[in-house]
Design a protein around this ligand. Structure first.
Ligand SMILES: NC(=O)c1ccc[n+]([C@@H]2O[C@H](COP(=O)([O-])OP(=O)(O)OC[C@H]3O[C@@H](n4cnc5c(N)ncnc54)[C@H](O)[C@@H]3O)[C@@H](O)[C@H]2O)c1
Length: 254
């Protein structure tokens, strides 16, 4: 897909991997709507990139419908959806104070997995009636963000790993369902990325984490994630697959 001039929607677009993706897609001539729950982050990304910032909670049906409608009104139907909204609070299944609150587990699943599904279904519903873009019948592409934690979950990542495992499982079935409409579905499973999530850790902890990566021995750059999103948009054969982007790291139990 030649993305120039087309419209995209990026969730979690106010920070980290989402913000880098917004910037990259803007540089390629896309009209981009950046959806986030963080009002200040939305304003900043608008100022920095000229994207349309929209306050949106991906878990909320009405909030997502309203945001997608606003984006469509401004940019036309979106051809690219990149789901980056997510949280990763550490918590043991049974901690020192007993079993973890069930509501905590549900919240992570709700934002990371249900939120991704909510975006996919409403994005695809609007895209299916749109014109095809080329002779192959392509209409658009969805890129979801999983994590290496879907495969090598560490102690304390029960909810997070389960949510990302759900995104991995969702990937092929969505690619199969949407194939007849010319909509591809891909997922990226990043390893350790240098976003506010990890850059907030003490320098020593960051270096220790980076040292676990076989090569390159550093945290990933958000721009490397955005670059893979671009290749996924461009390369039509990329469909129904989860790509690990992790410097060959396999996470230890803790
Ligand atoms: N940073 C890493 O090392 C890493 C590794 C693997 C996977 N990931 C995944 O990549 C994605 C982006 O992570 P990041 O590191 O850029 O994190 P980040 O915290 O920098 O950005 C996440 C953004 O999502 C937004 N968000 C949270 N809940 C939301 C909701 N309900 N609705 C809309 N927006 C919401 C936040 O406000 C924030 O701006 C996440 O899904 C994360 O799990 C990150």
């Amino acid at each position: 897909m030649n993305v120039s001039g087309l419209a995209a929607v990026v969730t979690g677009g106010g920070s980290g991997l989402g913000a880098a993706t917004v910037q990259s897609l803007r540089e390629q001539g896309m009209q981009v709507a950046a959806l986030d729950v963080n009002q200040q982050a939305i304003k900043d990304i608008e100022d920095q990139t000229g994207a349309l910032g929209l306050l949106c909670d991906v878990t909320d049906e009405e909030s997502v419908s309203a945001a997608l409608a606003s984006a469509r009104e401004r940019h036309g139907v979106a051809r690219v959806l990149v789901n980056c909204a997510g949280i990763a609070p550490p918590q043991r299944i049974v901690g020192r104070e007993g079993a973890s609150p069930l509501a905590d587990f549900k919240r992570v699943i709700d934002i990371n997995l249900v939120g991704t599904y909510n975006m996919m279904r409403l994005f695809a519903e609007a895209l299916i009636p749109a014109e095809v873009l080329d002779d192959d019948g392509e209409r658009g592409v969805i890129v979801n963000t999983a994590s290496v934690a879907a495969y090598d979950g560490q102690i304390g990542q029960a909810a997070y790993s389960a949510s990302k495992g759900g995104i991995v499982a969702l990937n092929l079935v969505a690619a199969r369902e949407f194939a007849s409409f010319g909509i591809r579905t891909m997922a990226i499973a990043p390893g350790l990325m240098g976003t506010p999530l990890l850059l907030g850790l003490p320098e020593e902890a960051q270096q220790s984490l980076a040292g676990q990566v076989p090569f390159p021995k550093r945290l990933g750059y958000p721009a490397e994630f955005a670059s893979l999103v671009t290749e996924i948009c461009r390369n039509q054969l990329l469909n129904g697959e989860v790509i690990r982007m992790d410097g060959a790291i396999r996470m230890a139990p803790r």
